[in-house]
Write a protein that binds this ligand. Structure first.
Ligand code: SF4
Length: 379
């Protein structure tokens, strides 16, 4: 398949790996964070870590939408369905994220709440139109990639004047999270980083330009990377070359989809419907200033938070769960004592085991046997 097969060529990947190995400087360390869960998935699925020299260390970032959603927000969604009796619609992964009291949206549904999985926010609006006597809330989560469709559906609901539809908005912003990670440098549980593999899908919307001030200010290179294995390997090589040369620029490896400007039409749509929140609580990162969106007052009638007076209560992760440290890049899935034993994709204890973009799920699916073997000292 075009744009897929040619980016999965093992021979080419080994060639890039040899170039990386030849160009890394022996006395140097290259600590690179892949922000996106999609990159974490590709790295695990294609065994890219095995191709890299020891000097290059990949650190998994917080770019998995369901992973960064804190428990308190899932609790609020469950409350909407149980206490306010709404039909709550959301994407599949969100349904399985553990919430307080042993609940999840799936378990709340099993106990009688009207919670429905949708493939798109259009489905949620359609359900509202088909059920005029019921209130329907779309539980919107995700980074800049999923924000334009949510904006479009709010505008459509306004145009069609659908009175029983609203959105519980939890959309978050990538650049603000990257800034927060760099601002945490020096904290005892922060991780030192030399460069970033930048998001692919997010950057198709926002472009590569928003990372320029970040790269210059923190003097860290950013390479926007596609999700295929050759994309990731080439991006790592580009980062190694920048670090060797003492450069800290934004480079775009994913030129087949990302431009400097991004998708202006989508940006305008998002700006029309949403405004910045003062702060948002992220799982793992804590409260991050100006890192999320809320619905503008002009569209307040579609804002579930206003309509139902939803407050936010911070809830701690389960004691055994290391999701917060993993999302900060401070720990590895194998550092968690319950990884692959008590916590599995069928029975997730933390959010990082739910979505395929979560680091724990990616390691469990593609790398758990390696982890066990290495831990046992066999290899
Ligand atoms: S293995 Fe499970 S409990 Fe442990 S950090 Fe990952 S998601 Fe959390």
């Amino acid at each position: 398949m075009k744009y897929i097969d040619e980016f999965r060529d093992g021979e080419l990947a080994r060639g890039i790996a040899a170039t990386i190995a030849a160009e890394v400087q022996p006395a140097r360390r290259y600590r690179l964070m892949e922000f996106c869960g999609g990159h974490t998935h590709a790295i695990s699925r294609y065994g890219l870590l095995d191709l890299l020299p020891p000097a290059v260390r990949m650190i998994h970032g917080p770019g998995c939408p369901v992973c960064v959603l804190p428990i308190g927000r899932i609790d609020s969604a469950i409350e909407l369905a149980r206490e306010h009796g709404v039909i709550l619609c959301t994407y599949a992964d969100t349904l399985r994220v553990p919430a307080s009291g042993g609940l999840s949206l799936t378990r709340a549904k099993a106990q009688g709440a009207d919670i429905r999985m949708v493939y798109s926010c259009d489905d949620a609006l359609r359900i509202a139109q088909e059920n005029p006597a019921r209130e329907v809330v779309f539980f919107a989560i995700g980074f800049e990639t999923t924000t334009p469709p949510t904006a479009a559906i709010i505008r459509q609901a306004a145009a069609l004047d659908v009175p029983n539809f609203s959105v519980f908005c939890n959309h978050v912003l990538t650049p603000a999270a990257m800034v927060h990670i760099m601002e945490s440098e020096g904290d005892p549980d922060a991780v030192a980083l030399d460069g970033f593999v930048g998001p692919a899908h997010v950057s198709t919307v926002i472009g590569s330009q928003p990372y320029e001030a970040f790269a210059a200010h923190y003097h860290r290179p950013v390479v926007i990377s596609g999700f295929e294995p050759l994309d990731v390997m080439q991006s790592i090589l580009m980062l190694v070359r920048q670090i060797n040369a003492g450069r800290a620029e934004v480079e775009n490896q994913f030129t087949r989809a990302v431009s400097r400007e991004g998708n202006r039409k989508a940006q305008a749509l998002v700006a029309e419907i949403f405004e910045l929140r003062e702060a948002f609580d992220w799982r793992g990162l804590g409260e991050v200033p100006r890192s999320a969106l809320q619905i503008r007052p002009a569209f307040a009638r579609f804002d579930a938070e206003r309509r139902y007076g939803i407050g936010y209560r911070q809830v701690a992760d389960p004691k055994a769960c290391e999701c917060a440290a993993i999302l900060r890049g401070h720990k590895h899935p194998a550092d968690c004592k319950v990884f692959g034993t008590v916590c599995t994709p069928d029975h997730p204890i933390g959010a990082c085991m739910v979505s395929s973009e979560g680091a724990c799920a990616a390691y469990y699916t593609y790398g758990r046997f390696n982890v066990v073997v290495k831990e046992a000292g066999v290899a």
